[in-house]
Design a binder for this molecule. Sequence first.
Ligand code: PLP
Length: 435
Amino acid sequence: MQVKIGKRIRDVIRRDSKVIFTTTREDFPFVADHGNGDHVFDIEGNRFIDFSSFVSCYNLGVNANAQIRNAAKKQIDRLMHGMFMDYYEEAPVELAEKLVGMLPPGFGRVFFSNSGTEANEDAIKLVKLFTKRRHIIAFYGAFHGRSIGALGLTASKTSHRAHFGPFVNVSHAPYPDPYRFNGSPEECSQASIDFIERNILGKEVPPNEVAAIFFEPIQGEGGYVVPPRGFFKELRKLADEHGILLVDDEIQAGYMRTGKFLALSNFGTVADIYTFAKSFGAGFPLAATVARKSLGDTPAGSHAGTFGGNLVASAAATASLDYIKRNRRGLERSIARKGAKIMKRMNEMKETYELVGDVRGMGLMIGVEFVKSKEGKEYATKERDSIIVDCFNKGLVVLPAGSSTIRIIPPLTILESNIDKGLDVLEEAIKNNSK
Ligand SMILES: Cc1ncc(COP(=O)(O)O)c(C=O)c1O
């Protein structure tokens, strides 16, 4: 199938360029109109298979499912916005109870906001409040958002940060990247832990001034980097030794994406605070910051927000969690099966094409890193970008991550036949961009 771009699409793009600030637009003319499970259609009727879940916002299918949409519609007819900041509402309380029910024991208090960056912003305030310490540690390659607090944690591209400092007090450590580390997975993990101990806690800031370590269980925007299995247990040990809190940003990797509700569960450890957004809102702007109950509460007036826990968003998010709870076993099995299928096919491509340097992932969070040569591992950024455009032109939406990676993150509910069709398009694009 060949996508045809006509006047209506070109016109929207021209009008957009006159009135909308530039954000992070990709190189292809995608003007979505409607979607339905595995597919999205643009305003001229071109149909695309979705391998992006709209940046992990539609884990249960493009435009969610009928139960989620009906829950939102019902709430719209009753009351759309409450005064949850000042009074009480049932919908967000029910959602918080259900979210806590998905987490390890001991988690209790939830703060609702509207976006991923806000959820991390809230976490920054909470760790300062709970520990009375000011300094934070995060990782190179991290993406935690773009508001000023969260941007201090983000360190995946200088273009995100240029001109916007000063930021909160953050020291960055190398995130363990087994593909680009010269040594075993254990050594790779240890090198990051050693860096924190020796360089940050040993030379920059004493441990008793560090409030928290923020991390993504799998780095998203930074390039779909999967750390070695033992890494977070070691990080937990280090944090516990010094009374430092761990904040796990599950915004992209969580919500069943890896086959488990929390991506961190794959690493056999727990955090002290979790942040959620993207698919958590089931298509609506909704985010949550959840802390261990033992950490305490916030004093009245210290933190609030007008729209957090919006009633329509809460109703949709509750229906979405209900769907996951009802279908959890089936989802776990199918995510594992579909993920293995994609990994197998991508690993075959790795054997065939020099350009495919690394294939990695968990469940349906899969990254494919392109390199100019397997030996030198030089980033093949141009080739990666060209592959993405070729896929788009043949009716497949995929997104980049990091310097030369693409992410394969279809809706978790995607049919296997559509996975096959999407991978055929991707292979053709890789072939065309191989020398
Ligand atoms: C891991 C992670 N954290 C935070 C964010 C920021 O979320 P938002 O764009 O909703 O502010 C993102 C967005 O891509 C993300 O991937």
